[in-house]
Design a protein around this ligand. Sequence first.
Ligand code: CA
Ligand code: CA
Ligand code: CA
Length: 398
Amino acid sequence: MRRATRERLEAWMSVMGTRWQGTTALLFCGMGFLSAACSALSGLDDFEIGSGAGAGSVTGTAGSGPGGQGGAGASGGNGGVVVSSGGEGGNGGHGPCQPGTTRSCYTGPTGTEGVGVCRVGVSTCTDERTWGECEGEITPSPELIFNDLDDDCGGTTLVDGDLLVRYLINEAATGLGAGQLFDSASNPMNLALDTGGAALFFTEPSPGQRGLRWPTRATNAMAWAHLTGGKIQQRLGSQKAATLEFVLDVDGTDANMTLFFIGTDALDFSADRLSVRFNELEEPRLYVNGSMVGQLPINMNTTGRSVLQIAIDTTQETASNRRRFYLDGILQEAKGTPPARDTMFDLASSVVFLLGNAGQGLRSPEATLHYAAIYTRALSSLELRNNATALLANDDAP
Ligand SMILES: [Ca+2]
Ligand SMILES: [Ca+2]
Ligand SMILES: [Ca+2]
């Protein structure tokens, strides 16, 4: 590659009637032409250019790219002699190295090293002056193992990949605490607390089980945020799959009392685009684009603190698989007509996201919400069971 570049440049210069000379070439480079070729020339003879090397120049610094920074500060000399001093290549690069030397390395996604089970490894410089395999590293693996370890290295023993929002609801043991719910997913969307006249407060019935308590039914207390342009609209809008995950303890609901609401009008529960609300039998129902598409035929007033998970994937051929309801990690037979195949979440005009509800008739349930999360895909049964096991043990720091 390097040879070919040089040959091409020599041929071009020959055509131009110019004898190849380093100085000329470097001046030429200094004019900013053919920067990639110049970068290659600046590394003549002594150095391999990193696979991610970018533009260089006679006075410039090394190219940077996916291969990290491979320094190549160059000074021109007569007769085409180019003296370069190269820096050490970054992670993933193939810059020059001193045979036998070692460095730490990591090939997993940025930000996962040192998190959970993930560890950096060691790479040794080979006789060919390139960095060898990264030995001993541990990179993320699917979070499927019921082992109390963070296998996918996202910070919890839960599935951390494809997470959209996660509210651990551990901000305080009592009272109102920070006054908001913090989203622990990336690019956080925190929720403001509207107490609806003090009808909302933090509680901690047991260690590791902090939650937000609605002490009476039919209030307008809620945690909420504007959606417009935010990550929920961006990553869930027009998609066909998601997982909704809650830890909750329901004490009383009336028809249409709302646990979870994404919709166009906070004051109207029927303006929902994606929501979970209860029927008069205290059974949770899933609504997509304003239609009821699934119902868990279990009175949640009888189940105590529970993990409720709803996995949605409208691409599934089998209708019942387009929404799966799980209670404490166990798949349940659901009622209601599943969504039509390939239904997409219509969030184009959605404006608010609520936990609890300020809607018609003041429709927050009497309940404690310990945890809420959204994923951007339908988690597998194994993943849901893994999460439920962890959340039942601790919904504050799973
Ligand atoms: Ca694990
Ligand atoms: Ca994890
Ligand atoms: Ca909690």
